[in-house]
Design a protein around this ligand. Structure first.
Ligand SMILES: C[S@@+](CC[C@H](N)C(=O)[O-])C[C@H]1O[C@@H](n2cnc3c(N)ncnc32)[C@H](O)[C@@H]1O
Length: 200
């Protein structure tokens, strides 16, 4: 199970962070979401609402979900909810857009996560995810593991997936989401962004 201490509560307190340019990540996600004011949007792994609060003024509704109840309690956005795992309690085809930032590398039931995203997206809807480029699994979480546990190698308990766009493509063969775009961006450290479209 995901260690609930590992949250941007630990990381996002840093200004001018050496590993993550948070503004650049948020701006990239928002750009690729191609939002409209009538959109209903879901963020998976919303934490304290760092990205969600930037999306909120742009759309009709943005819901954030996270497994960390403390983070959800500290999230100032109008709609933030605790979830227990990849299965989410939303109707089929209820969102125009779904996004996640540095979350899918933490989800053991990754196929189920994508099945849920596909189920909840409207036909033609879009999922945008940012996730770390890693030479080995856990590389990008070593500092956090050091902070939390005093042991950088426990980062491998945090990042349970080492992902690339190609690997995700292979995972999604039976799921009605197709990757329409992916890019590797240097936002202080290398990070992948992928965009999937739900079939119409
Ligand atoms: C590294 S943090 C990123 C937080 C935030 N998205 C950001 O960019 O600042 C990963 C977040 O994903 C959440 N998380 C992990 N597994 C999850 C799951 N199965 N469903 C929802 N949230 C999850 C964690 O609690 C944590 O808040």
């Amino acid at each position: 199970m995901y260690d609930k201490q590992y949250s941007q509560q630990v990381l996002r307190t840093r200004d001018n962070d050496i590993i993550m340019n948070y503004d650049a990540v948020d701006e990239l996600i928002i750009k690729h979401l191609d939002l409209a004011s009538h959109h209903h949007v879901l963020e998976v792994g919303c934490d304290e609402g760092y990205t969600q609060r930037r999306v909120e003024p742009l759309v009709e509704r943005v819901v954030g979900v996270d497994v960390n109840a403390d983070a959800v309690a500290a999230n100032p956005c109008a709609d933030a909810r605790v979830t227990s795992g990849p299965l989410l309690d939303f109707e089929d085809a209820s969102f125009d857009r779904v996004y996640s930032s540095h979350t899918i590398e933490h989800i053991p039931e990754l196929e189920q996560h994508f099945e849920e995203v596909a189920r909840m997206l409207k036909p033609g809807g879009v999922y945008v995810a940012v996730y770390p480029w890693e030479l080995f699994r856990g590389m990008a979480a070593m500092r956090a593991a050091m902070t939390l546990y005093g042991n950088p190698w426990r980062s491998r308990e945090m990042h349970v997936n080492k992902l690339t766009p190609r690997k995700l493509d292979a995972l999604l063969t039976n799921i009605p989401l197709s990757q329409s775009y992916s890019t590797l961006k240097f936002m202080n450290t290398p990070q992948w962004l992928s965009v999937w479209k739900k079939s119409v």
